[in-house]
Structures are given as structure tokens and as C-alpha cells.
Write a protein that binds this ligand. Structure first.
Ligand SMILES: CC(C)(COP(=O)(O)OP(=O)(O)OC[C@H]1O[C@@H](n2cnc3c(N)ncnc32)[C@H](O)[C@@H]1OP(=O)(O)O)[C@@H](O)C(=O)NCCC(=O)NCCS
Length: 233
């Protein structure tokens, strides 16, 4: 069910979802709104990844405000479209959509928490089952905490979840070739470089080539213990 619109400035905004099967607008009830308890948390060594909820808004906004110029060049966005809304209602709507995706098994969005505070995000999205059994990982971290290995640790936590809990077959990380810092994450984890897909994703208004890094469950069976020992245990 695609996200349609978010309305209201009240602390309890109404979220409208378009239900294409029934051609009607569904009002999201409190049970579908941002959860007041985290629905999923996964531990790492220094970090934990956990579903975001309404109570994270101020911490998220503080990092987002400070890091906007650091993040925007790498974010999916079509040409001419505005930056994603950052108001409280939009954040709550996003948490609710993520919760819905989690319930459907189509995606898992996590905040990354380091020393107990919110420092970034990692997502496992575009999960397709059937003969594909595939998902994609995306991530970012607070610019003031870059270089500490926070994201590779978070990626290993999510890879473990994807292969050992969700039983997916292939996980991909697609990276713009000039994003050296992100490519280092894939290289540190020795994800397999599958080559460059031309004009693969629209990032910050431009169709950008991406290097496609991937790991399959067969590779995880061989390398998972080594990655867990190196990054989690
Ligand atoms: C890419 C990114 C997620 C890496 O996360 P991280 O937790 O810093 O990852 P690492 O600590 O393993 O560092 C990876 C590389 O970043 C580079 N780096 C280190 N410190 C840095 C800093 N202060 N500023 C920028 N880059 C830095 C180094 O090349 C490092 O590799 P090295 O450890 O071999 O020297 C992070 O730089 C980021 O959020 N960038 C902006 C958003 C983005 O690019 N997202 C990914 C889109 S595919």
C-alpha cells in the first residue's frame, strides 16, 4: 500500500494511505502509527540497530540538521523534487510506514545507536521473495562519527538478520563509484563486486551509475562466522 499523504500539525497527525486494491483512502489508526516501544532491536558490539519511533524525533532532527549537506548528495531523490520533509508529523508517518513494512516483511528500517544515542540509519529494503529472495541495504552515519567503523558493524548486524532470520538469498549494496567512503564499507566486509550498473538510481536529481556489491547466503555460510567474530562478538 503506497504512502499517499500526511496531514495535520497536531501531535497526532492523520496519515492517509492509498489502498489501490480498493481505490480508497485508509486513515491510519494509532495502532499503525509510530510504535511507543521498539518493535525490533538487534545488538552489535558497540552499536545496536533498532526500529525508530516517535520518541527519537528530536535526536534524529538534531543529527539530520547538522549533517544535511553531508547526506543530501547521496540520497535518492528525483530531479526537481523537494528535500524530504523533516517535520514531526512526517517523521511519525515515516516510522509508521516502516512499521507497516516490517509487519509485511517488505523492508526493515533501523536507527543506529552508539553509546546509547541515535547516530544514523541502516535499512534493508526492496525485499522480494519468490525466486529472487533479495534485499538491498542502505546506510548513513553522523558526519562527526564517521571513520569509527559504525556502519560496517551495523551492516554485519543486518546481514546476519537477513540471512539467518529472514532467510534471504542475496543482499545487495549499490554505491555510486565516486563515493569512496561507502565503497570502503563494502570492501572492508569483502562484499563481492558485481560490476557497474549504468544510470541505476536517481540520486539527488541525477541518474547515477552504481557499483553493485552483493553477498549470497552461500557466501554467508562460508564467511558469516568470520564477519561476526570481526565485527559483533
Ligand atoms: C559512507 C559512510 C556510511 C561510511 O560510514 P562509516 O561508519 O564512517 O564507515 P567507516 O568507519 O568504515 O569508514 C569508511 C571510510 O570512510 C572514510 N572516512 C573516515 N573518516 C572520515 C571522515 N571523517 N569523513 C569522511 N570520510 C571518512 C575512510 O575512507 C574510511 O575508510 P578507512 O577506514 O579504510 O579509512 C559515511 O561516510 C556516510 O554516512 N556518508 C554519507 C552518506 C553516504 O554516503 N551513504 C552511503 C550511500 S551508498
Amino acid at each position: 500500500m503506497p504512502y499517499h499523504s500526511v496531514g495535520g500539525r497536531s501531535p497526532h497527525p492523520v496519515i492517509r494511505l492509498l489502498d489501490p486494491a480498493r481505490s480508497r483512502v485508509v486513515l491510519v489508526t494509532p495502532s499503525l502509527r509510530a510504535q511507543q516501544v521498539r518493535s525490533l532491536e538487534l545488538p552489535g558490539r558497540r552499536i545496536r540497530v533498532a526500529t525508530l519511533m516517535e520518541a527519537d524525533y528530536q535526536a534524529w532532527l538534531e543529527v539530520r540538521n547538522r549533517c544535511r549537506d553531508w547526506l543530501v548528495p547521496w540520497e535518492p531523490r528525483s530531479k526537481g523534487s523537494p528535500l524530504p520533509a523533516e517535520d514531526h508529523g512526517s517523521f511519525v508517518a515515516r516510522c509508521a510506514m516502516r512499521e507497516r513494512e516490517r509487519q509485511l516483511g517488505s523492508g526493515f528500517g533501523f536507527g543506529i545507536f552508539y553509546e546509547g544515542r541515535f547516530v544514523g540509519e541502516v535499512t534493508l529494503s526492496s525485499i522480494l521473495r519468490g525466486p529472487f529472495q533479495n534485499g538491498s541495504i542502505g546506510y548513513w552515519v553522523d558526519k562527526d562519527l564517521a571513520g569509527l567503523g559504525i556502519v560496517p558493524e551495523a551492516v554485519v548486524v543486518v546481514l546476519r538478520f537477513a540471512f539467518e532470520t529472514l532467510r534471504l538469498h542475496r543482499i545487495e549494496v549499490a554505491i555510486i563509484p565516486r563515493n569512496g567512503a561507502s565503497r570502503r564499507v563494502a570492501e572492508k566486509l569483502a562484499l563481492r563486486n558485481e560490476g557497474v550498473a549504468l544510470g541505476f538510481l536517481e540520486i539527488n536529481g541525477q541518474w547515477e551509475d552504481h557499483v553493485r556489491y552483493a553477498m549470497t547466503s552461500e557466501e554467508w555460510a562460508v564467511r558469516g562466522a568470520e564477519l561476526i567474530a570481526a565485527w559483533i562478538d
